[in-house]
Write a protein that binds this ligand. Structure first.
Ligand code: LLP
Length: 405
């Protein structure tokens, strides 16, 4: 976890001084290098990466990835529209919604993106409207327990996602009846998937399903690649994943009789480690049991610690050489709002800037105005230069849609 922006924090401190705190800062070079690393790991295949933009939809990040050659994975019409705004072509956008009605899917068809269907009911309705005129991808649930916290596991038997691989007979009945053109099969089984074997186990199920369709163009194994959150943390070795997957996929294609494309759709892998949430320490408070460092941000800006018990490294970049002491770093929201408990951090003084790491994915995109606080500004660092890519909110933003009667 060699992090140059942390070992030499001048750039981050300059950003905090110039743009204020709380502030999201993203290292654009890191994002591009993660994309390249993934592409290289699968260089033996026709391999396409769709960035799961729910992780971070800032237009500048979308454009950065588009210019690097990446495509887009979306889950709502609004994400599709942001993608189009950033310059993606519809054919380079995958649309994987769940619990939507056919009307939303019709809008996506109209736009011309790739449609991924995750329920038999929608598939039937789709068949009624489009027959074989619009190709689809089918999202399969392989019944694999994969991912970190239970809230981010999506491929198990009790999950709402996908069509069970055990419903193949019913699935085929619907496909035959409406002559549906199935061009892809897909799965996404969870986030923070620890073991490569779990990916392989699920891929086996997906490939078995795939062998039942004769006119496929691609197979999509979803996202979920695990990034490290702390020293010594498990992380997916993408090179090993690439080697194993390439071997398996080549053997499958040989048997299938045609070379198919392999798709994937990571979010965290591409953007998590690029991001830092910079916060200023408002107060150091000693209670009978704890030393709290209270900062000018909270669960309204980064909800992962409170929502998934997620660990995010916290570094005092104002006093990196200070004597380490034990702190609980808490936010300013009026309920339990803990970024990290009992952390050893270089001595914290009021006014210091703390960097919260791994804040590039599911940080700003899951933020809110809870307690009527403004969402932070965002800055992109690219080749050493820092540019504002989202303004800090203002009172006007809180009032905009309120109707006073
Ligand atoms: N594809 C689909 C269909 C997805 O639903 C997701 C994430 C991804 C790809 C990308 O997964 P990733 O590579 O980022 O693990 N908010 C949670 C994560 C929820 C992920 C939801 N779907 C978190 O902060 O841990």
């Amino acid at each position: 976890m060699d992090d140059l922006l942390i070992s030499n924090p001048k750039k981050l401190l300059d950003c905090a001084a110039e743009f204020g705190t709380p502030l999201y800062v993203y290292d654009g070079n890191k994002i591009v290098s993660q994309y390249k690393r993934l592409k290289d790991a699968f260089s033996g295949l026709k391999f396409r990466v769709h960035y799961a933009c729910k992780a971070n939809t800032n237009l500048n990040i979308l454009r950065l990835l588009k210019n690097a050659g990446c495509e887009l994975d979306t889950v709502s019409i609004q994400e599709i529209r942001l993608g189009l705004h950033a310059g993606f072509q519809p054919e380079n956008i995958m649309y994987t919604p769940n619990s939507v009605n056919i009307e939303e899917i019709k809008v996506a068809v109209e736009i011309g993106v790739n449609i991924n269907i995750d329920s038999l009911s929608i598939l039937e309705q789709f068949g009624n409207v489009y027959g074989n005129k619009v190709p689809v991808c089918i999202r399969i649930n392989p019944h694999v327990v994969a991912g970190g916290h239970s809230k981010i596991q999506t491929g198990h038997i009790d999950s709402k996602f996908g069509i069970s691989y055990q419903q193949m007979r019913l699935l085929n009945r619907i496909i035959d009846q409406y002559h549906i053109d199935v061009q892809g099969v897909h799965m996404h089984n969870g986030s923070d998937i620890k073991e490569i074997d779990t990916f392989m186990e699920a891929v086996d199920v997906l490939l078995k399903v795939a062998s039942e369709f004769k006119d496929l163009k691609y197979i999509d194994f979803g996202g979920g690649i695990k990034v490290p959150y702390k020293e010594g943390d498990v992380e997916t070795n993408v090179e090993e994943l690439g080697t194993k997957m390439t071997k398996k996929f080549k053997a499958f294609c040989k048997e299938y009789g045609r070379e198919l494309e392999l798709w994937c759709e990571p979010g965290k892998f591409l953007v998590s480690e690029s991001g830092y949430l910079l916060t200023r320490v408002n107060i150091v408070k000693h209670t009978v049991s704890t030393v709290f460092a209270g900062v000018d941000s909270g669960l309204n800006h980064l909800i992962r610690p409170m929502m998934y018990n997620a660990y995010h490294r916290i570094v005092n970049i104002s006093n990196p050489k200070g004597l380490p002491r034990v702190y609980s770093v808490v936010g300013n929201i009026c309920e339990t709002d803990t970024f990290g408990s009992d952390r050893k951090i270089s001595e914290i003084r009021e006014g210091d800037i703390l960097a919260i790491l791994n804040a590039g994915a599911y940080g700003f995109s899951m933020s809110s105005n809870y307690n009527s606080r403004f969402r932070p500004a965002e800055v992109l660092l690219m080749d050493g230069s820092a540019k504002l890519i989202r303004k800090r909110e203002e009172m006007e933003d809180l009032l905009r849609n309120q109707v006073e009667i």
